[in-house]
Write a protein that binds this ligand. Structure first.
Ligand code: 3PG
Ligand code: MG
Length: 399
């Protein structure tokens, strides 16, 4: 497999050329104020953008944000992202109020060498996510017209067969950006011959979302630690009552099989923080994992569990973590996620944090990002990579 890189493109010279960059600027926004609550994904793409700016390219950035339904929807506008990107780059970013229409055309035409434009949300256009090849292709033609070359730096979206990820690179000379390269380099260390013990921590709400990655990882890891909402379906499979905690009835049998298949490998919580209600101020106690009262809902792993997980992590040489251990957005239920994150940070290991919620948790809890070897910008993408799936966005970069 051969993938050309940003350095190859820079070596050709990009001064005065239009370079279309697919970024993943899908950042979380505050529901009330619309403010960006975590700009990690914007910062992650700066190395690629700055290199292009320094080399004198006309940089045209495109991205999705949220899941609008193929038509403009103001709550998903990238305009606030253009502002933040400009602050971080130290130069204004020209914002186009549509993706491939009049505003986009005149914005791109008006760019001077070394300037940056951001197009409005790709998903305001039906063609971006269409399952119909011709419809996607038509949109890809319009996008490709804005570039003389294409850089994919949207690691978080490489698992999507979307026009900007999959079809545009077939229409332009294509290279991988710095972020995509780094992500693939790191994750390939986890699928190759990881140094042992290799410990994986999984959380988040649903087992069904993680089943494929559990199946793929179980034979490879030394320890699989399970917390978050998904732990209750495993606890149920062990015969425990879980009160009104999250439960996927139809997955109980599958979880039982996973536990049986790998005796001793999967570590489950031994205690949980159980609350009267799903609310920040709900009354709550720590209870044994096999004694959750029927009217209570488990919202975090308990301190004894954190200590057990931390002990396993302290031995690890390789760690991958995806998914919070509890409802970390509520202070009362953040201790599990914080404790596990701190244990990973302390471990003398190659440590990778999967994207999405766990990356946001690291920053929201004010932990030192540099204590981890790598914080991925891709949630779904990093999981699908570890599952061994072919990722459309990576396949499209190959020659
Ligand atoms: C993500 O947030 O995981 C990526 O930006 C992809 O977004 P999507 O799941 O809406 O395709
Ligand atoms: Mg190409």
């Amino acid at each position: 497999m051969s993938i050309r890189t940003l350095d190859d493109l820079l070596a050709e010279g990009v001064s005065g050329r239009r370079v279309l960059v697919r970024a993943d600027l899908n950042v979380p926004l505050d529901k009330q104020t619309g403010d960006i609550t975590d700009d990690g994904r914007i910062r992650a793409v700066l190395p690629t953008l700055s290199a292009l700016v320094r080399a004198g390219a006309k940089v045209v950035v495109c991205s999705h944000l949220g899941r609008p339904k193929g038509a403009p929807d103001p709550q998903f506008s990238l305009r606030p992202v253009a502002g933040r990107l400009g602050e971080l780059l130290g130069a204004p970013v020209h914002f186009a109020s549509d993706t491939v229409g009049d505003s986009a055309r005149s914005t791109v035409e008006g760019l001077a060498d070394g300037q940056v434009a951001l197009l409005e949300n790709l998903r305001f256009n039906k063609g971006e996510t269409s399952k119909d090849d011709a419809e996607r292709g038509g949109f890809a033609d319009q996008l490709a017209a804005f570039g003389d070359a294409y850089v994919d730096d949207a690691f978080g979206a490489v698992h999507r067969k979307h026009a900007s990820v999959y079809d545009v690179p077939a229409r332009l000379p294509q290279v991988a950006g710095r972020l995509v390269l780094r992500e693939v380099e790191v994750l390939s260390r986890l699928t190759g011959e990881p140094e042992r013990p290799y410990v994986v921590v999984l959380g988040g709400s649903k087992v069904s979302d993680k089943l494929a990655v559990i199946e793929a990882l179980l034979p490879k890891v030394d320890r699989l630690l399970i917390g978050g909402g998904m732990c209750f379906t495993f606890l149920k499979a062990q015969g425990h009552e879980v009160g009104s905690s999250l439960l996927e009835e139809e997955m109980v049998e599958t979880c039982g099989n996973l536990l049986q298949r790998s005796p001793g490998k999967i570590m489950l919580p031994v205690d949980v923080v159980a609350a009267d209600a799903f609310a920040p101020d709900a009354a709550h106690d720590t209870v044994p994992a096999d004694g959750i009262p029927s009217h209570r809902v488990g919202l975090d792993i308990g301190p004894e569990t954190v200590a057990g997980f931390a002990a396993a992590l302290s031995q690890a040489k390789t760690v991958f973590w995806n998914g919070p251990m509890g409802v970390f957005e509520m202070a009362a239920f953040a201790n599990g996620t914080r404790g596990v994150a701190e244990a990973i940070a302390k471990a003398d290991a190659f440590s990778v944090v999967g994207g999405g919620d766990s990356a946001a948790a690291v920053r929201a809890l004010g932990l030192d990002e540099t204590a981890f070897s790598h914080i991925s910008t891709g949630g779904g993408a990093s999981l699908e990579y570890l599952e061994g799936k072919t990722l459309p966005g990576i396949a499209a970069l190959e020659d």
